[in-house]
Design a protein around this ligand. Structure first.
Ligand SMILES: Nc1ncnc2c1ncn2[C@@H]1O[C@H](COP(=O)(O)OP(=O)(O)OP(=O)(O)O)[C@@H](O)[C@H]1O
Ligand SMILES: [Mg+2]
Length: 98
């Protein structure tokens, strides 16, 4: 299953929703989740996952990607792949076409 948290407008809650959904699905038996952070420069979800790990709150699989095919490849090993979309930019709808 793939979930895209995307918006051309910035600061609309993409990263917040991606993280909340990841945590919720991880409570389901047998579920594996990966967050694809599509804004490597900002790295909101990657930084959050690292903070959680450091605080002993559990490991949530998350990595940053520059392109969709790389993220899809990594997500093949997980039952749920969540895209945390990049900040609103004119080209984001093209870069994130699935
Ligand atoms: N820890 C926090 N405390 C208060 N407000 C926050 C916090 N984190 C995010 N926000 C606010 O919540 C809103 C949504 O933030 P979020 O990072 O989820 O948006 P986003 O769509 O991922 O942003 P971006 O387009 O920059 O990736 C923003 O207005 C942000 O300023
Ligand atoms: Mg974000």
């Amino acid at each position: 299953m793939i979930l895209g948290c995307l918006s051309q407008k910035g600061r609309t809650g993409k990263s917040t929703i991606a993280r909340l959904v990841a945590q919720q699905f991880l409570t389901v038996d047998g579920m594996t989740v990966h967050i694809a952070d599509m804004d490597p420069a900002q790295g909101t979800s990657v930084k959050w996952a690292a903070k959680r790990r450091k605080a002993g709150l559990g490991d949530i699989s998350c990595a940053a990607y520059k392109d969709v095919p790389s993220a899809l490849e990594a997500g093949r090993n997980h039952r749920l792949l969540i895209f945390d979309g990049p900040r609103g930019r004119a080209d984001s709808r093209h870069r994130l076409r699935l």
